[in-house]
Design a protein around this ligand. Structure first.
Ligand code: ADP
Ligand code: VHF
Length: 264
């Protein structure tokens, strides 16, 4: 099922969460980015078009400046994002450059998707970058909007991007294999859910546990993202981005993940 979905999807949005992108000590996981860039390169060679939505600015800010970790003040969080965004894009640029792939940065807010002219401008930029073989890398504009760093809304941003770009598939990479009936980081007997056809019903039937590390939205915003894209007929895969060669293994049917399928 997953392999089939990936094979037939041409336009794919990939969202990468903070915990996936960072090492345990908070530094940017360069090996992860190295593996990601070569797998994305392979997908592009298969004729696929890729847009990346990446979190990680705040954690990159913490590891760059080496302080403010404990500051819960939202202004410090915004300042950390401003510092870390530069590091984040630098890390992406270095890795994609190895494959002769250029990247472009788009910093957006949820509001940008509700204004006609802004939406059109985003769409035009996205289509132009992708048509030219450049990978757009999107993050929230944490300077102008603080809601996202409080509730972790890059999942929503990824869903809105998938709709705007008319994507065939949204992939969310987190640090878990998919959705469970309860937090797998806390309960060893948590049951893995392979296919979800009704995210609204799912939310009623599972236990939403705490998020960990630098993740902010937790599993709830991922299920909300599925609800959004599914309502536009776009399927979503939630997979463990920390696993080696995850994209290649998913496409070969060698890795598990949760698939959210839109109703027929
Ligand atoms: N029912 C559940 N199924 C899966 N993960 C859950 C569940 N409840 C809580 N979680 C937690 O949600 C985390 C993923 O959310 P988050 O840390 O925000 O990810 P990201 O940084 O990738 O956006 C997992 O690491 C897991 O501990
Ligand atoms: N814009 C913030 C990320 C907010 C966010 O959604 O984080 P995550 O839950 O890790 O996807 C940053 O780059 O740190």
């Amino acid at each position: 099922m997953i392999a089939e979905l990936l094979k037939k999807s041409r336009k794919i949005v990939i969202k990468i969460g903070s915990n996936t992108l960072s090492n345990d000590d908070g530094t940017i996981n360069k090996e992860f980015l190295d593996r990601l860039s070569s797998q994305v390169n392979d997908l592009m060679k298969l004729g696929k078009q890729i847009v990346i939505v990446s979190s990680g600015a705040r954690i990159a800010g913490v590891s760059t400046i080496g302080r403010w970790l404990r500051k819960e003040d939202i202004h410090y969080k915004q300042a950390l994002c401003a510092i870390g965004q530069v590091e984040l894009m630098d890390a992406y640029r270095r890795e994609f450059e190895k494959h002769d792939i250029h990247i472009g940065q788009l910093l957006l807010t949820r509001d940008d998707f509700s204004y006609g002219s802004r939406t059109l401008n985003i769409r035009n930029t996205l289509f132009t970058l992708v048509d030219e073989g450049v990978i757009p890398i999107i993050n929230e504009n944490d300077t102008v909007c603080v809601e996202e760093i409080k509730i972790g809304d890059n999942d929503t941003l990824a869903a809105l991007t998938a709709n705007l770009w008319n994507a065939d598939l949204l992939i969310l990479f987190s640090d878990i294999d998919g959705v469970y009936n309860k937090n797998p980081k806390v309960y060893a007997d948590a049951k893995f859910l392979e296919i979800v056809t009704d995210p609204v019903e799912l939310l009623k039937n599972i236990e939403i546990g705490e998020t960990n590390g630098f993740g902010t939205g937790g599993i709830a915003t991922k299920i909300e993202a599925a609800k959004t894209v599914n309502s536009y007929g776009i399927p979503m895969i939630l997979a463990n981005g920390k696993k080696e060669n995850i994209l290649a293994n998913l496409i070969n049917g060698n890795e598990r993940a949760t698939v959210f399928l839109p109703k027929e």
